[in-house]
Design a protein around this ligand. Structure first.
Ligand SMILES: Cc1ncc(COP(=O)(O)O)c(C=O)c1O
Length: 381
């Protein structure tokens, strides 16, 4: 039987209820939300509203209209970063372990608009001290953006401490929770978050094609896209109320229907139970990996300090070679290479070949960990 250890890319399998919900939506509802007044359209709008409420619940947001449905975390991050209208000389503080979904928009703005990046160097395990961020703040700092957990080494950053610093200095604070949502508890209020971007298809167990951006109350962004929203149709101007201001065009309704079922599933299981399960598996994996000679383990190497993402390398073999053998000979799916995070690999000193990334999910078991480690032993022999 195949073993899937690539949950940081997208979670697999999805709960059966997700497939059923998408099928039900397509077969029985199918209409667009917020456009017409017939029964099916009303039903579609209700489904979207309920999903918004559930997502708000997961992140501790009081007002669900502050949850914007987009395509993925990348679009959510772009909406946030470009929406701040940064201009020449404005400074952005970020970390050296960010995904390209953050780094590429920032590098684009650096090149085209002359913003200045203050990139805090994390240590080799992917950690940074919140105080390092405080020291970099100037009067021109217009954004602090960090990930909650690294997609390369799983390291959990001190987002509450950083958030407190951002709030005290009145600097917009954007958190990329692509790797943590659904796997770690999240509360936007307790973490002083203004903008939270995440995918629906990773820890939330939804289908690909839906991502979310949370925008704190009274916080305005210039929309990335303009167009039809089904509301204020008589006006040629973009609505100024949420979520419509940022949701132009037809939403991915089958995807949102799947996300609704997925988030219900996650809430029923309980985030703290899911977290504990992945944490235990991560601890087991690290312990077993440590016993195998000729393996290099990166990151914190501690289940309390990271998510279920563990990066390794086998001495004398490229990650690409190892990944190919794991797939072909053992039917084990991992991701190899740079994982869209060149800076993170420079930080952990694995650039340019990268690592073998194992990422555990809710449906993985100790047997999966055992089989993966046995496979590594055989490859090394
Ligand atoms: C930390 C991080 N940020 C952003 C993204 C982008 O997510 P999406 O593919 O949903 O746009 C990923 C995807 O792996 C990620 O790991």
């Amino acid at each position: 039987m195949s073993i899937y250890l690539d949950n940081a890319s997208t979670s697999h399998p999805k709960p059966a209820c997700v497939l059923e919900a998408m099928k039900y939506f397509l077969e029985e509802i199918g209409a667009n939300a917020g456009r017409s007044a017939h029964k099916k359209a009303v039903e579609a709008s209700r489904m979207v509203f309920e999903t918004r409420e559930l997502v708000a619940d997961i992140i501790g947001a009081e007002n669900s209209s502050r949850i914007i449905f987009l395509q993925n975390a990348t679009e959510a991050l772009n909406t946030a970063i470009f929406g701040l209208s940064l201009s020449r000389g404005d400074r952005v503080i970020t970390s050296s372990i960010e995904h390209n979904a953050v780094m590429r928009p920032l590098r684009f703005l650096e090149k085209t608009r002359g913003i200045i990046l203050d990139i805090i160097q994390c240590n080799r395990a992917g950690f940074l001290e919140a105080d390092e961020i405080r020291k970099k703040i100037t009067a021109r700092t217009k954004l602090i953006v960090v990930n909650h957990a690294s997609n390369v080494v799983g390291t959990i950053l001190p987002i509450a401490e950083i958030g407190q610093i951002a709030r005290v200095h009145n600097i917009p604070y954007l958190v990329d929770a692509a790797q943590s949502i659904g796997c770690l508890p999240m509360d936007v209020e307790k973490n002083f978050i203004d903008l939270l971007a995440f995918s629906g298809h990773k820890g939330l167990l939804g289908p690909q094609g839906v991502g979310c951006l949370y925008i704190r109350e009274n916080f305005d962004l210039v929309p990335l896209r303009f167009g039809g929203t089904g509301s204020n149709s008589g006006s040629e101007y973009q609505p100024d109320f949420l979520p419509d201001r940022y949701e132009s065009g037809t939403l991915n309704l089958p995807g949102i229907a799947g996300l609704r079922a997925a988030v219900k599933f996650v809430l029923e299981r309980g985030i703290s139970n899911i977290h504990k399960h992945i944490q235990n598996l991560t601890g087991e994996l690290i312990e077993q990996l440590r016993k195998i000679k000729d393996i290099i383990i990166y990151g914190p190497q501690h289940k309390d300090l990271q998510t279920g993402v563990v990066s390794i390398n086998l001495k004398g073999m490229t990650p690409a070679e190892a990944g190919e053998i794991l797939d072909r000979e053992f039917d084990i799916a991992v991701r190899v290479g740079l994982h869209c995070s060149p800076q993170a690999h420079k930080t952990i000193q694995t650039f340019p070949s990268g690592t073998i990334r194992v990422s555990l999910g809710i449906f993985n078991t100790v047997q999966d960990v055992n089989k993966f480690c046995e496979a590594l032993c055989q490859i090394i022999e």
